[in-house]
Ligand binder design. Structure first.
Ligand code: PLP
Length: 441
């Protein structure tokens, strides 16, 4: 068998593992799951077909898969105190698509937060997405303090009478006020969908208000702060079922036959394990540390003169606003940070003066570094490294002439790759990162 081994892929995977070990991951949506979850993802469950639901599959041999899926559903129901759960969505985007398929018809009105101010593509981003093209998408934004502008949400809801309002965020550092969303939804007869993909862990850990008393339907990915396998779950609340007793079966049918075929059973088992882990006291400690680290990182950055969108964070992430250094600098700073051993993602800021490809912000979060066991001391150090990279790389301004930008970035990258200051920071980062295993907390 040895000569059949695919060393090409193995080598790449091993190199990726080394990259992760030696660098500091600051992407707010990334995390590492436990060894137990990792293990089940490569188990025999991967090969089994189980189209349908427990007790009603289209394939034989699913007695044990049924038990696993029931266990996953029961654990999630208990964790969130909801009467209905579907753990089959392949990921967050298909899960949101399934919810829309279950609740709306093409052309119905969908309301969500604009991508540029922290919403997700699937929340109705116009023109280029399924949610923006198949529904009449109405988008709200944030106020001058970078908080959701509920006056605008209400005004738009009253004007457009949406069928669904999505309360959900992907790059929003503050608490989501589900009650205000509920009041507005009730005023116009809309269904309220809470997309808590980013904050599930905080909700479970008691550090973010739960949407369960307010939303009709809740969606979450399972791989972010929840720290499970890459997947998603859809929950229907008591309130949702009281409003429409068929809501659960509508969601089930939207997943299969509506959108998907066989569920990813290994992921289902991983979700069951992650739910068990999230119910342990250690998970609360982990989530509390995510928040402590986020506060420490935010304060240290601001102490160094870095501006944060909205002035800080109430959750696990923050958005660095680079506009004081010039417009559209997020792309070059993100690249330079990567050279310096820390990876994050460029992000738009409210009233973005740049463009989606050249935005003026940087989103960073603490779930992954906290999982690796980093604490406040390391947050101070990370803030110091980030501020050095920002100071070093924002002197070069992005050309205002758009036709010059591609060549500018190409030259910037080539220069950054061998930049002595960045490589010196990388040495320090690597020394610290290497002493924190990928999963510790
Ligand atoms: C709020 C929110 N919803 C949905 C998604 C989509 O999840 P996925 O990338 O798993 O499709 C994300 C992912 O970033 C998200 O942040």
């Amino acid at each position: 068998m040895d000569n059949l081994k695919d060393t090409e892929v193995q080598t790449l995977v091993q190199a990726e593992e080394q990259r992760q070990i030696h660098m500091i991951g600051l992407i707010a949506s990334e995390n590492n799951c436990s060894d137990e979850v990792h293990g089940v993802l490569s188990s025999c469950l991967n090969g089994k077909y189980a189209e349908g639901y427990p007790g009603r599959r289209y394939y034989e041999g699913n007695q044990l898969i049924d038990e696993i899926e029931n266990l996953a559903r029961d654990r999630i129901k208990a964790l969130f105190d909801v009467p209905y759960v579907n753990v089959q969505p392949y990921s967050g985007s298909p899960a949101n698509t399934a919810i829309y398929f279950a609740l709306m018809n093409p052309g119905d009105t969908l309301m969500g937060l604009k991508l540029a101010t922290g919403g997700h593509l699937t929340h109705g981003h116009p023109d280029v997405t399924f949610s923006g093209r198949y529904f009449n998408s109405v988008q709200f934004g944030v106020d001058k303090d970078a908080r959701i502008d509920f006056a605008e949400v209400r005004r738009l809801a009253v004007e457009h009478k949406p069928k669904v309002i999505v309360a959900g965020t992907t790059a929003y550092p503050f608490v989501l006020d589900f009650k205000q969303f509920r009041d507005i939804a009730d005023e116009v007869g809309a269904l309220l969908v809470a997309d808590i993909s980013h904050i599930t862990g905080l909700v479970v850990g008691g550090l973010h208000p739960s949407p369960v008393p307010y939303a009709d339907v809740i969606m979450s990915t399972t791989h972010k702060t929840f720290r499970g396998p890459r997947g998603a779950m859809i929950l229907v609340t008591e309130r949702g079922l009281a409003r429409d007793p068929k809501l659960g079966s509508k969601i089930d049918s939207a997943i299969i036959p509506g959108l998907q075929g066989g569920p990813h059973n290994a992921t289902t088992a991983g979700i069951a394990i992650a739910a068990h882990e999230a119910a342990q006291p250690e998970f609360k400690t982990y989530i509390a540390q995510i928040r402590t680290n986020a506060d420490a990182l935010a304060s240290a950055l601001m102490d160094k003169g870095i501006t944060l969108v909205g002035g800080g964070t109430d959750n696990h992430l923050m958005v660095i606003d680079l506009t004081p250094f010039g417009p559209g600098l997020g792309t070059q700073v993100a690249y330079a940070l990567d050279v310096a051993g820390m990876y994050a993602n460029r992000n738009t800021v409210p009233d973005e003066p740049g463009s989606p490809f050249f935005p003026s912000g940087l989103r960073i979060g603490t779930p992954l570094v906290t999982t690796r066991g980093m604490r406040e001391t390391e947050m101070q150090q990370i803030a110091d490294w980030i501020s050095q990279v920002v100071a070093h790389t924002t002197k070069q301004q992005l050309p205002t002439d758009k036709t010059e930008r591609t060549a500018f970035i190409k030259a910037f990258k080539a220069q950054a790759d061998t930049d002595e200051t960045l490589l010196a920071i990388r040495k320090e980062v690597t020394a610290v990162a290497s002493s924190f295993p990928l999963f510790k907390a």
